[in-house]
Design a protein around this ligand. Structure first.
Ligand code: CA
Ligand code: CA
Length: 309
């Protein structure tokens, strides 16, 4: 047995010669390399698969979000867009919904919300008495998730026959040329009702009689009228209603609290001198506060007067 085993043992021992060890090491290195390549290949395969898998998922998501929007689940049938009513009037609102409805809320911007609990999509609605102009009328339908909403713009116009006066912002002024100020217009009716933001009503035109001094712009989103001052002086703005009420508003631009204190701080100093120096040679608008001797031009004489104030 020992003899038989010996050769085999020596055979084994033979294999463990330095050469054999080198061969063995080489074989083992080769195995490691092959194993390493295998692992790397597996990682690459998983990576590539993962990339395409997630790309496909993303692609599907993009496809879903770019799909055409579903039709609106609620639509207002009455009133129609652009329809005109009087403030305070009671109107009928009718809507139709493809979504489940447990209750619905109706409102005009600036008015109170009216809820109909039984899910009916028709109601009588009292328009707010003091809102005029183009306003959105909305409905919100509850019962589905998300809440479904729809909106139409209607026009609220007071009866011109009852319009007796228009009121305009008191003490309107633009502190410095380039600044803006907003103009608030209210309509006063026979019964004393005052409608705010009348300035955006289609019944009113607002023009600047001195456009070189004042320009007018409308901000539809804020429903406001803005006046912008371009130079020093006193500009005039005219408001005219369709039934003939006319109002003119004087807009002082860059007027000092105290004569010569153009820069409107506590004292007359270099900063005020600079404002006149920069305007020397210019013709002065009527009431231009830089034209201290009121001769229609801004020159060294005005600067001299300012320095002696
Ligand atoms: Ca000053
Ligand atoms: Ca002058």
């Amino acid at each position: 047995m020992d003899d038989k085993e010996q050769p085999s043992g020596s055979k084994e021992q033979k294999e463990f010669t330095p050469e054999a060890i080198q061969v063995s090491t080489a074989k083992s290195s080769l195995k490691r390399v092959v194993l390493g390549i295998g692992v790397i290949a597996l990682v690459i395969v998983i990576g590539v698969f993962g990339y395409y898998y997630f790309s496909a998922v993303q692609g599907n998501n993009v496809k879903e979000t770019s799909a055409p929007a579903q039709p609106a689940a609620v639509t207002i049938l009455e009133p129609g867009a652009g329809e005109a009513f009087e403030p305070g009037e009671t109107i009928r609102i009718v809507a139709v919904a493809q979504a489940p409805v447990t209750r619905a809320g109706f409102a005009v911007q600036g008015g109170s919300l009216v809820f109909v609990e039984d899910g009916s999509l028709a109601t009588d609605y009292e328009l707010p008495p003091d809102v005029v102009g183009r306003v959105p009328l909305g409905i919100a339908v509850y019962g589905s998730n998300p809440v479904r909403k729809a909106e139409v713009d209607i026009i609220l116009e007071p009866d011109l026959a009852r319009l007796t006066n228009i009121l305009v912002t008191d003490e309107l002024s633009i502190d410095d040329p380039g600044d803006k100020d907003s103009l608030i217009v209210q309509a006063v009716m026979q019964d004393g009702t005052e409608y705010s933001r009348y300035g955006l009503s289609t019944n009113l035109t607002i023009t600047s009689l001195t456009p070189e001094l004042v320009t007018i712009s409308y901000d539809a989103e804020q429903r406001s009228v803005f006046l912008k001052g371009h130079d020093y002086g006193r500009g005039t703005v005219e408001l005219r209603t369709r039934n003939g009420i006319v109002k003119t508003v004087s807009v002082p631009i860059g007027f000092p609290y105290r004569r010569g204190n153009l820069e409107r701080d506590d004292l007359i100093d270099e900063r005020d001198y600079k404002i006149i120096e920069e305007a020397i040679g210019k013709r002065a608008n009527i009431d231009d506060p830089r034209d201290l001797n009121k001769d229609g031009k801004i020159d060294a004489k005005d600067l001299e007067i300012l320095k002696n104030l």
